[in-house]
Structure formats: structure tokens, C-alpha cells
Design a protein around this ligand. Sequence first.
Ligand code: U2F
Length: 564
Amino acid sequence: VQAVFRSNLSHLLDLMGSGKESLIFMKKRTKRLTAQWVLAAQRLAQKLGATWRDQKQILVHIGFLTEESGDVFSPRVLKGGPLGEMVQWADILAALYVLGHGLRVTVSLKELQSNLGVPPGRGSCPLTIPLPFDLIYTDYHGLQQMKQHMGLSFKKYRCRIRVIDTFGTEPAYNHEEYATLHGYRTNWGYWNLNPKQFMTMFPHTPDNSFMGFVSEELNETEKQLIKGGKASNMAVVYGKEANIWKLQGKEKFLGILNKYMEIHGTVYYESQRPPEVPAFVKNHGLLPQPEFQQLLRKAKLFIGFGFPYEGPAPLEAIANGCIFLQSRFSPPHSSLNHEFFRGKPTSREVFSQHPYAENFIGKPHVWTVDYNNSEEFEAAIKAIMTTQVDPYLPYEYTCEGMLERIHAYIQHQDFCTSPGPAQPGAHAPQSPFVLAPNATHLEWAQNASLTLGAWPPVNSLRAWLAVPGRACTDTCLDHGLICEPSFFPFLNSQDAFLKLQVPCDSTESEMNHLYPAFAQPGQECYLQKEPLLFSCAGSNTKYRRLCPCRDFRKGQVALCQGCL
Ligand code: U2F
């Protein structure tokens, strides 16, 4: 069946259920953004023209909102607790619905079981029951619940699952045996899924798929109005929970900021002002989302204290014409040195509060400075007050951008049929590449046949040999490209090394998330034995990694030029 874009979201609001504060928040958001979604769908429909879109039957099981996993979020919605996850789930539901797919939403174990056709009450079902869904979107909590209650069906249908995973899961943590053997210990990893089945909030981990969310968009008139109405001396602090204000040393930099600007906050409080918030800060209390946006429209500066990491608010601030000021982390924060990231299945290093804002947006919208350096901090404040910026929202965070991306994933990502050509090992067929004329990297050979249906299309591949100690994520970025892990199988052969003129004295095939790679001292070439371990992340000074990179669309890093 062909999917048809939908323009009326009222049925979706019914599907979302009711009762919980979290669901109320999500439904309000969906209602408010309806016009924006509908307009975006019209634009995408025009762009895609006659492209066929399969209608899928989709189950969305929001595990963290189930009572069975404790649902610690819902009671905190009105108390300054995290809202980022709810923003994202609301937008995922809206996108799937607007794209025209068949949709079911569950937020309890009972509903999950009844939708899966599993008889309730019994622990798990021993038989494989035919699954009435082509796709299941869930999170780590939901994944655990499905494993417990689907019996053998879980194994059979796991390839249809997508896991919404804010901070990402690196392949080394995902592969059960490898993670166990090499001490990649976590609370969440070990699922042996295809790493692309994990979908993140920001495009920080190319090993996973980038799901994202949306921010409210402004038309030209609104943009001009906002620009004219800015108070150049008004700052809003990022942090709705009083805890965030406990930061050591904040007196110093807040004191400096206070010399130049009027400081506003949206910190939740019960009856009195939270003692952590200094008296000179004008605290509005936690605001409903639309009122928070209004505040951002007047403000010149949105300032982060280092936490929360990688949330939606800085994008909203920038979209409403604020400059975002944040602290640089030196040394970077990660699961190895910071409580918040500990136990998360990634060793990604975070160099500032919001790496996406820093690296994908940057100046003049985003300033990343050392808050311990008073001169640097003060100079930034002064410069910001006289810098004019336009409201800005990257395309991938617009409704159209999110629809385009999810459309592409739904139509092209397939983790159920086994991976394509170039099985790992020394006897892999000749790679379809040639050395580029300047001898720096490999390109797709013009006369090589394209693997039909492969996605992303392989002719967007550019392969580089990294310098020692450099990860593939960074190596690709160094060349203005993005690492594309699904291309690793094409490079995992002796022939690829040969074509890159790498002098391999010997070649071995082993399980290691850094392979394929070349080790200089012994002139040894290593191939990857386990396809699940192909990883853009990771480095070691011993190795020069062989990296598959691809191009990407401007403002839509998840998709290559030929990906639509
Ligand atoms: C992130 O979670 P948070 O919920 O703390 O992220 P924020 O960036 O603060 O923003 C979430 C939403 O809260 C809204 C605002 C954002 O869309 O419009 N809001 C509001 O409604 N009223 C206010 O007064 C202030 C903001 C992240 F998303 C999670 O994934 C992480 O778990 C968490 C911890 O790093 O950070």
C-alpha cells in the first residue's frame, strides 16, 4: 500500500492516550506544531514528486513512560525534570503519522502485550507469534520488556526494532562477547543489534542513525519582528532545575555577566526562591513551553552552565535569535570521567555542553569559551552584546528536514536481509574502487556495477587511510565528509589496502572495533572478522584505520547527495 501524507492530526492525539503529565506535555506540543507539520508535509510531497512510499504498520512503545520501568519522568514534568525525551517522542509520533503510516502507541506493558498478541499474565511466550508490525520504535526500557515478553519472536523480529537512544551506543559496547571480553561495561549495551538500529537525538555518532526532533520555525515577518524587539542586555540562563545552579565558581562568571546584562532564569520552585539562584537573577519559575519561547524571543543571550548535556533548548534559543554561550570542557567529559555519562554505552568525548551547537552551528550563533578564564568570558559577553544575528535553525531540525530523514530511513534501511557483498576476510572479492588521481584516497570506479538496493548508494563512498591515532569519525570530518559505517564491508579486503598502496607484510582477520587498519611497526594489515564491530568511533596510536566516508546534504548530515 502507498503511504499518503496526512494533514489532520486529531486522530494522532487520540492515539497518544491520556492521564500522565508527560502525555499531556507531548499532546500540547503536537497540537501547537500541527500547522508547521502540515506545511512541511506539503513541501516534502512536492520535493518527492511521484516517488513511491510504502505504508508501514508501526508500533511505538515508549518504554521509559511505563509504570513497569518506574516512570520517573512523568511526575517531574511540572517540576523542572527532563523534557528533552518527551519533545523527541512527540515529534517522532507526529512525523510517522504525517508520513501516513499505520500507527499504534503503547505506554504500558499491558498495552504492549495486547498489541503484540502475547497473552497477558504469562511471563513470556514460548512460540513465535507472527508480528503484525513492520517496524517497532522503542527505547532501552522497552527493548528489555520486549525481550522478556516476546519469547522466541524477539529473536526473529529484532531486526524490525529501532531504539531511540539519546546519547548513542558505540559498536564496541553493543557486541556482547566483545564488550564482555574487553571491559566495555555498561548498564545498557550488549544487545548485538545493528548499530544503525540505535537512533540518537543529535548526529554525534555516525555509527548510529540520527533521529533528532524539531524546533519551532519562524516565518520572515516573525524573524524581522524578533530582531527588532531584542533587548541587547537580556540574558536567559539554561537550567530549569535548581541543582544546575549549584555549579562551583558560578559567582565569578555570573558576577561578570551581571555587570553587563539583566539575568533571567526559568528555575522550578515550590514556594520560595531556590537558594541556589542568586538574588540578582529574575526567576520566572518553570514556564510552559510556549511562554519559554516568548522569553527567548526577547533575550539576546542564552547561557549554559555545563548541564544538561545536549538538550533541545539551545537550538530553540538560536532559532529564536539568541546567541548561545557555553563552557568549553577541558578535559572533555565522557563515561570514563563523569558521573552523568558513566554506564552509558559510549566513550565519546564531549568537549562542551552542546557539541552539536559548537560544531554544526558555531559563531556567530554559538560561543564556546573557558568559564574559568575571566578575561575570555568578559570579552565574549562584550562582543556578543554588539553582534547582530538572525534567528537560525538547521534544516535537519525543521519539520521538513525530520520528515525527509525519517522517510528515507523507513523506505531504505533494512536490517532484516543479511548484509550485501564483500564478506569480511582475505578472500573478499575485488573492491570496486580506484585510487583517486591525487593518490590520497579511494573512489568508486566508474565502471564498477552498483549493488542494487544498497543504501546509502555506494558510489558516494570515499575511503581514506587515517593518520595514526585518529578515529574514522574525525578523519572523515577532516575531509569535509561524514563516516558511513555501512560502507565498511566494501573496504574490508586485502585488495582495498593494495589499491591504497599500503605495504602489507601480512594480513590477519580478527575481532577488533578499530579494524580494518594498518599497524605500522610490523607493516601488518588487519581485517574485521565481525561485521557488527565495524565502527566509525575509536582510535589507537598503534593503528592507521581504513575509513569509509561519504558526502552529505547541506543541513541534513544523515543523508548523502544521492540518498533520496
Ligand atoms: C536534556 O533534557 P532537558 O529536558 O533538560 O533539556 P532542555 O534543553 O532543558 O529542554 C527541554 C525542553 O524544555 C523546555 C524547552 C525544551 O524543549 O522548550 N522548557 C520549558 O518548557 N520551560 C522552561 O522553562 C524551560 C525549558 C536532554 F534532552 C535529555 O536527553 C538529557 O537526558 C538531559 C540531561 O543531559 O538533558
